[in-house]
Each structure stands twice: as structure tokens, then as C-alpha cells.
Design a binder for this molecule. Structure first.
Ligand SMILES: [Cu+2]
Length: 129
């Protein structure tokens, strides 16, 4: 059978998938992201952060109040204070969808309340390449 060429061929899902697998396998990137938390919320555009499998993710957090920011699954956390950006760096070794929670810090200096009953601050999606 003759192979179709041109835009029609590119639109075939199998070809596109093959293309992504071939191109993505060798190159893990470093992804720099900056997230601003205001009043315990992020902008709509930052509610889902997408990265690729095995990328090195460098995530900078800014917050207008003291928070402990915690990525479920990866179990990473940072303590973000107003005027003091914190950077989280990790390799996205596991694919999937990972909720990120912001925990209020006790102003009295006690331990951060830690519950995951509330809506996550955002989600990180790690996509296969
Ligand atoms: Cu948590």
C-alpha cells in the first residue's frame, strides 16, 4: 500500500504518536515555572501545570502569606513566606496527576495544619513523552 504524504498523513494519530515518542525519548528538558499564590489561590491559568516525563522541574513559589506547599505523590514541600520566594526542584520521574496543597501555617509557630480535604491549590500533570 502506498503511504499517504502531506497534511493528511500527519493527521493520522498513529503517526503523530510515533513522532512524539521518537522525539521525546532522548530529550528531558528543564522546565522553569513560577507560581504566585495570593489569598490562598493561583490564577486560573496556573491551576494545571503540565510538564513532561523525566523533565527537571524548577518551581518557584511566591506567596502573600506563610504557607507550606506540598505536592502529593512526590511528597515534596516548601515553606513559602511573603517576600521570600522558595524554589522546589525535582525530576518528574512519575507520570500522572499530582494535587498540590497549600497548608496554612500557625502564626503561633505551631505545626502546620495538615489536611487534604480541601480543594487543591493546583495540579501538576506529568505527561509521557
Ligand atoms: Cu499536604
Amino acid at each position: 500500500m502506498r503511504q499517504a504524504t502531506g497534511p493528511a498523513a500527519l493527521a493520522r494519530p498513529g503517526l503523530i504518536l510515533g513522532f512524539l515518542v521518537l522525539c521525546g525519548a532522548a530529550r528531558a528538558e528543564t522546565v522553569n515555572l513560577s507560581v504566585e499564590v495570593r489569598g490562598g489561590e493561583v490564577t486560573r491559568a496556573q491551576r494545571v501545570l503540565k510538564v513532561g516525563h523525566d523533565d527537571t522541574v524548577r518551581l518557584e513559589w511566591r506567596s502573600d502569606r506563610a504557607l507550606v506547599i506540598h505536592i502529593e505523590g512526590y511528597d515534596l514541600s516548601v515553606h513559602a513566606d511573603p517576600g521570600k520566594p522558595e524554589v522546589m526542584e525535582f525530576k518528574a520521574h512519575a507520570t500522572g496527576r499530582f494535587p498540590v496543597h497549600a497548608h496554612e501555617v500557625d502564626p503561633q509557630g505551631g505545626p502546620a495544619r495538615h489536611g487534604h480535604h480541601t480543594r487543591p491549590l493546583l495540579r501538576i500533570e506529568v505527561h509521557p513523552k
